[in-house]
Design a protein around this ligand. Structure first.
Ligand code: DGY
Length: 322
């Protein structure tokens, strides 16, 4: 069967996803999964109709403006789309798609792992064991911050923020949140809405960052806002690294203002600020929020659904609209 439509696939995706792409489209694939820079994308995109990318591919206004007219869709293997200039795409008449919903649970699970991993000193405890330095059990060793029953502030009460809140209720946590507007959803009846972030921070023994990265949220968690937290707070970020000002957080972790941080995302990934690696009171993961077999397949299939709809002239099931 001739495959009518040509798609540039900028990364290797899970095998079941690659198979579905291969079965449906003529694909230009990235066999060795190297980083495709803008020039390479442009040279490969000359006669394709759609692109499937991921958050490591930055489609800024400059790249989008140079894409050939044949391209009508960019679908990203992610829910976040701060790597795509949506305004530029709109001006160029390119549709954008993403992968909402299917990664909500996996990412919320990792937020809870980060909360516990940070609060309970998992890094230094596990390292001591692995280094063969575990001595006699001691009542004063590896003491962490108690999580159950504490207050949790959620910055960004979208799908993932809500899933974090539902999980945290299982730890008897008191939920506070800041969002553009109040949210009514099952399980959030007792959550306290704060119109301003500053108001909320005073109540956050734990702070979970779940907002998208936008010009407004860039370095939103800075020194002044960290100082509004109660002493010994725990900060967790599973959203996007640049929402946090690394220097401010590192200073607060060093001074003890912040007891611990659990971070799955970083500014300049994968080149995180090396000062984090020198700290014992951090629990660090390499951006694995959505990394389960089931979730990654589901994300890929969402991209395929977007491609199918686009090529059949139907509305995208998972559009990014700005
Ligand atoms: C997303 O989907 O935006 C994640 O960060 C990648 O899992």
């Amino acid at each position: 069967m001739t495959k009518q439509h040509k798609v540039l696939v900028t990364r290797q995706f899970p095998p079941a996803v690659m198979k579905r792409l291969q079965d449906s489209f003529e694909i230009i694939r990235n066999e060795d999964d190297h980083h495709m820079a803008a020039d390479e994308i442009l040279s490969l995109a000359s006669d394709v109709s759609a692109i499937m990318c991921d958050p490591t591919n930055i489609f800024d206004a400059k790249l989008i403006s140079k894409l050939p007219e044949s391209i009508g869709l960019i679908t990203t293997f992610s829910v976040g789309y701060d790597h795509l200039d949506a305004q530029a795409a709109r001006e160029k008449g390119i549709l954008l798609g993403n992968t909402p919903d299917v990664l909500t649970d996996a990412t919320a699970d990792i937020a809870l792992l980060c909360m516990l991993g940070a609060a309970r000193q998992a890094t230094s405890a596990a390292k001591t064991l692995r280094d063969g330095k575990w001595g006699r059990w001691s009542s004063t060793e590896f003491l962490g911050v108690h999580m159950s029953g504490k207050s949790l502030g959620i910055l960004g009460m979208g799908r993932i923020g809500q899933a974090v809140a539902r999980r945290a209720r299982g730890f008897d946590m008191n939920i506070h949140y800041h969002n553009r507007r109040p949210v009514t959803a099952e399980g959030l009846e007792e959550a306290t809405y704060h119109e301003t972030l500053e108001q909320m921070l005073k109540h956050c023994q734990f702070l979970s960052i779940n907002c998208p990265l936008t010009p407004e949220t860039h370095h939103l968690i800075d020194e002044a806002r960290i100082n509004l937290l109660p002493d010994n707070a725990v900060i967790v970020n599973t959203a996007r690294g640049p929402v946090v000002d690394d220097s401010a957080l590192i200073d607060a972790l060093k001074s003890g203002k912040v007891a611990a941080a659990g971070l799955d995302v970083f500014e300049n990934e994968p080149n995180l600020d090396p000062r984090y690696l020198e700290l014992d009171n951090v629990f660090l993961l390499p951006h694995i929020g959505s990394a389960t077999f089931e979730t990654r397949d589901a994300m890929g299939f969402k991209c395929c659904d977007n491609l199918d709809a686009f090529f059949s002239g139907k509305p995208l099931p998972n559009p990014i609209s700005i």
